[in-house]
Design a binder for this molecule. Structure first.
Ligand code: NAD
Length: 369
């Protein structure tokens, strides 16, 4: 049976890194039916909207979505609804993608690329689970920007509302406890629920509900931690964490912090899942306008997102393992894009890195060119 994959490269480096990920998919002996569509700034230019109806329809009909990145500073003054980033928020909302899984894994070869001491990150393997469709990002913003000047004409204040419902917290808590169990081999593991219960009503509620769901997972350890402390502990002793579960805004920030522990945001894949494990897979980084078009972006986060897609949505765990092994082989052979390069390794561009992963997948020897 062929698997229908919607390919949405987006803007900036999105097109470059997705091209490499597609090359890797094609090198697997699996049948994919792929269709590509515009999203983000590219879609706005062509259709006047960052998430055209045709793109949404394609994403809804697919078994999984492979997404690059959206955004460019040139759209900063557009009214909010038309900005490229709205496409990803719209896809999450319309596809019911409420759980964002971001593994932060430190490859032995990249221990020295981290800004932390090697002993703090060597062997790091944590999973951040961010709630994606609630919280302050889906509250009620007040005040409207105009398309022309990007200001709030006549406004004296602006606010956004933070809100979570019980079912929203319950379902993400279940995802976290089940993921902890899975990582521990079926039983056990630890979940750190990150909140700001000392200041915010919303997060006192979060903490209470997570605690109630925990009653169904007695084998999994649960700890509660304030977000400011969690931000500190992530750089002080990151290996003390196993699974972190948190709301949309805290998760947005902490997952980028965790990304840097591993050396580069260019290495980190992510999965956004609905209740039936259908998902959208994308690198954790953005469209990197500063390096777009230069052929130097690291495609590994996107390639590893394909591995997550195979594991979580397409029930092809062996193929996922093969991709992850190929990435390890390429790193072991000393190939590095500039973001992870260090003295004594071979600097390669986006395309050469993709080619090397394909070579490793097909059993060829990888030699730095
Ligand atoms: P960014 O993640 O695009 O870039 C941050 C830094 O990391 C930059 O220096 C960039 O060069 C580097 N970087 C990112 N990915 C890389 C890769 N694969 N290889 C090598 N280096 C890489 O974040 P930003 O600069 O804050 O945002 C740029 C644009 O992306 C903005 O318009 C933002 O809104 C958008 N954005 C989109 C998404 C998404 O599509 N899901 C996520 C975050 C940001």
């Amino acid at each position: 049976m062929s698997m229908k994959i919607a390919i949405l490269p987006g803007d900036g480096i999105g097109t470059e890194i997705v091209a490499e990920a597609v090359k890797v998919m094609q090198a697997l002996d699996l049948r994919f039916e792929t269709e590509t569509a515009l999203v983000g700034g590219a879609a706005y230019e062509a259709h006047g909207h960052p998430l055209p109806e045709s793109t949404l329809k394609l994403a809804k009909a697919a078994d999984a979505v492979l997404f690059g990145a959206v955004g460019d500073w040139k759209y900063d003054k557009l009214e909010r609804a038309l900005r490229p980033e709205q496409a990803i928020l719209g896809l999450r909302k319309h596809l019911g993608l409420f759980a964002n899984l971001r593994p932060a894994l430190c490859y032995a070869e990249l221990t020295h690329a981290s800004s932390l001491k090697p002993e703090l990150v060597a062997g790091l393997d944590i999973l951040i689970i961010r709630e994606l469709t609630g919280d302050i990002y889906f509250g009620q913003p007040r005040g409207r920007r105009t398309a022309t000047d990007g200001l709030f004409p006549g406004a004296e204040e602006a606010f956004d509302t933070m809100r979570y419902t019980r079912p929203e917290i319950e379902r993400i808590a279940h995802v976290a406890f089940q993921a902890a169990r899975k990582r521990a081999g079926g039983k056990g593991g630890k979940v750190t629920s990150v909140d700001k219960a000392n200041v915010l009503e919303t997060f006192q509620f979060w903490k209470d509900v997570v605690g109630q769901v925990h009653a169904q997972y007695a084998d999994v350890e649960l700890e509660h931690m304030y977000v400011d402390n969690a931000a500190m502990q992530l750089v002080k002793a990151p290996k003390n964490f196993d699974v972190i579960v948190t709301g949309n805004m805290f998760g947005d920030i902490l997952s980028d912090e965790a990304a840097m522990l591993t050396g580069s945001i260019g290495m980190l894949p992510s999965a956004s899942l609905d209740a039936a494990d259908k998902g959208l897979y994308e690198p954790s980084h953005g469209s990197a306008p500063d390096i777009a078009g230069k052929g130097v972006a690291n495609p590994l986060a996107t390639i590893l997102s394909v591995a997550m897609m195979l594991r979580y949505s397409l029930e092809q765990p062996e193929a996922a393992d093969r991709i992850e092994s190929a990435v390890r082989a390429v790193l072991a052979a000393g190939l590095r894009t500039p973001d992870i390069w260090s003295e004594g390794t071979a600097k390669v561009g986006t395309r050469a890195m993709g080619d090397a992963v394909v070579a490793a997948l097909t059993g060829k020897t990888i030699t730095p060119s």
